[in-house]
Design a protein around this ligand. Structure first.
Ligand code: C2O
Length: 565
């Protein structure tokens, strides 16, 4: 089993390592590439030895054997993946990769009904060499040792993520549209089910149905670095060499990380991270749309929707890009890009914590799930612990105890962190800047500031004001990020624990054979923010956008609207 072969990957030749300067406009879609190798010392079966064409035709062709009606979309309005046609996905160097699962004989509906509830624990509390560690590593090693054609094989499991997000499936009923589980309300439930089956497979392989995956507790200071179990110098199946060498322990994670960011001292970084968590989970996540992301239904073109929820963007995306390695932002590997993200075992701990945010939002913050049937009835297909394909619906994953797990009740230090306005000499004057109509549409290749008029405040009602960055266009295959500030005339001196920092827009690269241009919006709640800034009665606000990626993002406009308008 243990393979000592070097696995070849491609990373760019002509790039500087993490430049400290603001990125320059770079019109090239891809950089020239050179071969880069990483010794496979973690015992993973080399994927190169396996010619998938011999085995795979996808799950499709089997559709007729399912228990759904003959025409599954006659009733369906949810966005559903079309399993008849799993197609090759694309790697960042534009070569194709077959991520399709093995074909199978029949897909059954599955509704969980666990009778015991296991507790997922924070990864930082696990000691290398402990009993739990030994079970965990045994499970992952066994998964890596399974036949490459077994759908429970570790690489096959990683490929599930690739197939679902790098263009493996089209949307049922709309063969010209790609299906996708990021950038919409499918994000949380799809990943919950994905981690669930991964955990079930672990339990099955070590014959212990009390085993749980740990969560990477990146929202609390003790968890704000790569947990030691994933960084063991002992040869371990939890280790992945494709992590950013500058971000190994004890480096503190930056939950708003951008390529090229200059590190700050650990204490300051922790303070920023807690502020970011508070902003994202509380200030900016008031409704299910804020938290989960926006609707995605049958017939919808994912490239033109309102897009991702707050948590998917920050911190989720940045934990990916911070962890993965890349010579530059165009060619990340493993965690830094979606086709390969789940090849790093830390992916599942990252997503356990993302999933924990869902529990916290419901249980501690008064959030609620969607009641929309197109969300509840949307389904996905996974292979279960017995290597059988199952169809699972969102409505059946809303209660984690029915899935057989809950999260250890660890402190949530960001709940009452305060985010404060930056102290400044003059309070009431905004610098002059053009209005949006003079600037947009434009490509964001330099910082832009505009003065945006607020909607008529004379109206009644307490509806919140929403800042909308409208028509954000970017290539889904590339990393994209920009930061957004409000009433801030000196962004260099402004930090994530200042109220003036609203947050960011970001995209983790998804490979696609052709350029897939996404056009979406980003919204920020600003009523409370403006009150805190003492600007509740201003007629205008100053909005500043700072580009953080070197592939151009185009922006069509900025406006402020009332929430229910
Ligand atoms: Cu499907 Cu963290 O990504």
């Amino acid at each position: 089993m243990a393979s000592s072969s070097a696995v070849a990957y491609y990373i760019p030749y002509s790039s500087t390592f993490f430049p400290n300067k603001p990125p320059k406009f770079n019109n090239r879609r891809r950089n020239p590439v050179v071969k880069f190798t990483c010794k496979a010392k973690n015992g993973e079966t080399s994927p190169g030895k396996f010619d998938r064409r011999d085995v795979l035709l996808g799950l499709g062709g089997l559709y007729s054997t399912t228990s759904l009606s003959a025409n599954p979309f006659a009733l369906a309005d949810p966005a559903l993946p079309d399993f008849k046609d799993c197609i090759d996905a694309t790697q960042p160097d534009q070569t194709l990769i077959n991520c399709c699962p093995p074909s199978a004989s029949g897909i059954k509906n599955f509704v969980p009904s666990a009778t015991t509830v296991n507790t997922r624990m924070p990864a930082q509390s696990v000691e290398v060499g402990s009993d739990y560690y030994n079970k965990y590593t045994a499970a992952i090693q066994k998964m890596k040792n399974l036949s490459p054609s077994d759908p429970r094989n570790f690489r096959q499991q990683a490929n599930v993520h690739c197939a679902y997000c790098d263009g493996g499936y089209t949307l049922q009923g709309s063969p010209k549209l790609l299906y996708e589980i990021h950038n919409s309300w499918l994000f949380f439930p799809w990943h919950r089910w994905y981690v669930y089956f991964f955990e079930k497979i672990c339990q099955n392989l070590i014959d212990d149905d009390t085993f749980t995956l740990p969560f990477w507790n990146w929202d609390a200071p003790q968890g704000m670095q790569i947990p030691s179990i994933y960084n063991s110098s002992v040869i371990s199946p939890l280790y992945d060499c494709f992590r950013n060498p500058d971000h190994l322990p004890p480096t503190v994670i930056d939950l708003e990380w951008s390529y090229g960011d200059v590190p700050v001292d650990p204490e300051t970084q922790i303070k920023y991270n807690l502020a970011i968590m508070h902003t994202q989970m509380i200030t900016q996540s008031k409704t299910p749309n804020d938290f989960f992301g926006n609707a995605y239904r049958a017939g919808d073109d994912i490239t033109t929707l309102d897009g991702a929820g707050q948590i998917e963007q920050t911190p989720h995306n940045h934990v990916h890009t911070w962890t993965g390695t890349a010579v530059d932002q165009s060619n990340p590997i493993d965690m830094g890009t979606f086709y390969s993200a789940a090849r790093d075992p830390i992916f599942f701990a990252h997503h356990a914590n993302v999933d924990r945010m869902w529990s916290i939002w419901l249980n501690n913050l008064g959030g609620s799930n969607f009641t929309d049937k197109d969300w509840l009835n949307a389904y996905f297909i996974f292979y279960n612990e017995e290597a059988k394909p199952v169809r699972v619906r969102i409505k059946d994953c809303l209660d984690t105890t029915k899935l057989g797990y809950k999260y250890e009740d660890v402190p949530i230090p960001w709940l009452d962190v305060s985010v404060k306005p930056k102290p400044r000499a003059t309070a009431k004057t905004l610098p002059s800047a053009p209005d949006p109509a003079q600037v947009f549409p434009t490509t964001l290749d330099n910082p832009i500031s505009v003065i945006v008029k607020r909607p008529n405040k004379s109206g009644t009602g307490s509806s919140e004001e929403i800042l909308v960055i409208d028509g954000i266009e970017y290539d889904k295959g590339n990393y994209a990020k920009f930061n957004v500030y409000i009433n801030e005339d000196n962004v260099d001196a402004s930090h994530p624990d200042n109220t003036e920092f609203l947050g960011s827009f970001s995209n983790v690269s998804h490979g696609h054979l052709m350029t897939v241009t996404m056009k979406t919006n980003k919204q920020f709640r600003i009523s409370q923010v403006l009150e805190e800034l003492g600007a509740g009665d201003y007629e205008n606000v100053l909005v500043t956008l700072i580009p953080k990626s070197n592939i151009p993002v185009k922006i069509n406009g900025i406006k402020i609207v009332f929430e229910d308008s």
